[in-house]
Ligand binder design. Structure first.
Ligand code: FAD
Ligand code: DLZ
Length: 510
């Protein structure tokens, strides 16, 4: 029975399960650039360029390998504006009476595809996405019966399962599971951070850039200086480059931020891992080999592997176990709108300006900028989870609901009541001062709290602590914050709360 094999824009690998046992002579691969996927959020222009160009390169590769491929390039007047419409039109062609696809990464589309067999009147086989190290069922099995889900314990299971950084007698290499205590150094400019790996846009990418400029002009960000890889070979070179030039310092400066460097020692591999150009397990294995070869220290290699084997797999498991209800959680009862400066970067808060401006230029900000700057501010200001989630889904080249939502709604906004993280990552300006050089260039003064030019993070932090006493006072990891708050003189507490109220009343002007 000939099949239509649908491959989505974030499934760009010949190892995708939809292609298993396929017949190149009879089956037809369908790939489509469609309005509905390109417009369900205000995708950064660079994300659109990355995906459309990588999709086009992948389709060509399949054709060159003898596959029959139907590929729809984007045009606003295309008949097929959705993936369903693209499949429906291909089913009208003779020679296919069944659809095969690999499960997609977002609940939104998953719900639609689940109904296709009824709506299209043909069998639709949805195969598991075997690119992940833990299947959805495996994660659910691990989670079952546990009062609290903690990444660290899941990560250890994944280390055991894969044997990554494990000794032959089942112990963690280096004697510990986790070397994070060594990973909190501030970066003062030395050693020099490597420039990001760059690929010059080829003809296909240049055409896509023109297309995006023409049809997605109103989307966030810029296509200028597009330098992402769009093929697996170039993505592999990006991995090699990271291993050679950044991995040795990844651990030490993992939490650092800088005025002068957008990327520091991060890998910038998430856009490739998430769309299929790189395999997550292969990336971890390459990092582990670097340690065995004595080319990077254990704190760097273990820390890096934990992000992929631990966090990435963990958030995906949480997402699929809890959707669709998870997306509606708002346990802290936030009601505030997202300030407009998240879209423009026009704010006098230097750290916020720098993180948002890098995001606008690069479709990238590293983890600590996302968590402790733009995320922390939204948490302290009490922004509605759905608004801040929409922002994160739009602005990063690596953003897909399955990974963005748990990170934002769970890790940053604590809107799931602590299901994903045991305590909120709320922090005052002191944290940003400790980990960056932003504060010395800021309009606001980090060592002030209540004055007109005081760092807004300071009073907002105490306002957050005060207004969520019922939520957190009994949390053992938050007890010290409440003792510190209660120890302050009543006049001081009043002044801090008043300053925070003033800030909250004019957030847009900050
Ligand atoms: P590195 O710092 O080099 O880390 C290596 C790899 O580990 C990353 O490429 C990524 O695959 C993985 N990783 C690290 N942290 C996480 C994490 N918390 N969750 C899942 N994977 C992780 N990551 C996304 O891929 N897509 C998102 O939409 C996304 N949204 C985020 C939103 C917020 C508020 C926060 C706090 C984090 C988010 N992350 C997201 C996780 C993380 O910030 C990015 O994966 C990372 O910054 C990507 O840059 P990098 O490749 O240089 O990562
Ligand atoms: C993100 C994205 C975009 C922008 N465009 C397309 C597209 O035109 N065609 C397609 O097949 N996939 C696209 N994608 C990726 C899908 O949105 C992605 O597969 C789902 O969000 C599930 O992760």
């Amino acid at each position: 029975m000939p099949n239509l094999i649908l491959i989505l824009g974030d499934q760009l690998t010949t190892d995708i399960s939809a292609l298993e046992n396929a017949n190149r002579d009879h089956d037809r691969v369908v790939m489509a650039e469609v309005h509905d996927e390109a417009s369900y959020t205000n995708h950064h222009k660079k994300k659109l360029v990355l995906l459309f160009s990588a999709m086009r390169h992948f389709a060509r590769r399949l054709e060159a390998a003898g596959w029959r491929v139907y590929y729809q390039t984007y045009h606003p007047d295309n008949d097929a504006q959705s993936l369903e419409a693209a499949i429906a039109s291909q089913l009208k062609e003779p020679g296919a009476d069944r659809v095969i696809t690999t499960e997609c990464g977002e609940w939104r589309l998953h719900e639609q595809i689940e109904q296709w067999h009824e709506r299209l009147g043909v069998p639709v086989e949805i195969r598991p996405d075997t690119r992940f190290i833990a299947s959805k069922q495996e994660f659910a099995g691990w989670a079952e019966g546990r009062k609290q889900l903690r990444m660290e314990f899941f990560y250890r299971e994944m280390r055991r399962k894969t044997g990554l950084l494990m000794t032959s007698d089942g112990k963690p290499e280096g004697g510990h599971w986790n070397f994070d205590a060594a990973n909190r150094r501030k970066w003062s400019g030395k050693p020099a951070a490597p420039a990001p790996f760059r690929v010059a846009p080829d003809k296909v990418t240049r055409e896509v850039i023109e297309l995006v400029e023409e049809h997605f002009a109103g989307h966030f960000g810029t296509t200028e200086d597009f330098h992402f890889a769009v093929t697996p070979e170039d993505a592999k070179q990006a991995l090699d480059y990271f291993i050679d030039f950044a991995l040795p310092c990844f651990g030490d400066f993992q939490d650092a931020m800088s005025e002068d460097e957008d990327w520091l020692f991060h890998s910038i591999l998430s856009p490739y891992i998430n769309c299929g150009l790189l395999d997550p397990l292969a990336v971890c294995e390459a990092a582990a080999q670097t340690w065995y070869a004595g080319r990077a220290p254990i704190n760097a290699v273990e820390g890096f592997i934990r992000q992929i084997l631990g966090w990435r797999e963990f958030v995906r498991g949480i997402y699929w176990m809890n959707m669709p209800e998870y997306a509606r959680e708002n346990r802290l009862g936030n009601t505030r709108a997202l300030p407009w400066f998240y879209w423009t970067g026009e704010t006098k808060m230097r750290c916020m300006h720098k993180a948002i401006d890098a995001t606008r230029r690069n479709a990238y900000a590293h983890h600590i900028q996302r968590l402790m700057v733009t995320g922390n501010f939204a948490l302290l200001a009490g922004v509605k989870p759905e608004e801040i989630c929409d922002w994160y889904l739009a602005v990063y080249a690596d953003a897909y609901d399955w990974v963005e939502l748990p990170n934002v709604l769970g890790m940053v906004m604590h809107a799931d009541g602590g299901y994903l993280g045991s305590k909120p990552y709320a922090a005052s300006g002191k944290y940003i001062q400790r980990m960056s050089n932003h504060c010395s260039n800021c309009h606001y003064k980090v060592n002030k709290s209540t004055e007109e030019d005081a760092c807004p993070f300071n009073a907002l932090y105490w306002h957050f602590i005060n207004r969520h006493r019922e939520d957190f006072a009994n949390n053992p990891r938050m007890g010290m914050m409440y003792r510190n708050w209660d120890r302050q003189k009543p006049e001081r507490r009043q002044a801090l709360l008043q300053r925070a109220e003033d800030l909250l009343a004019r957030l847009e002007q900050l």
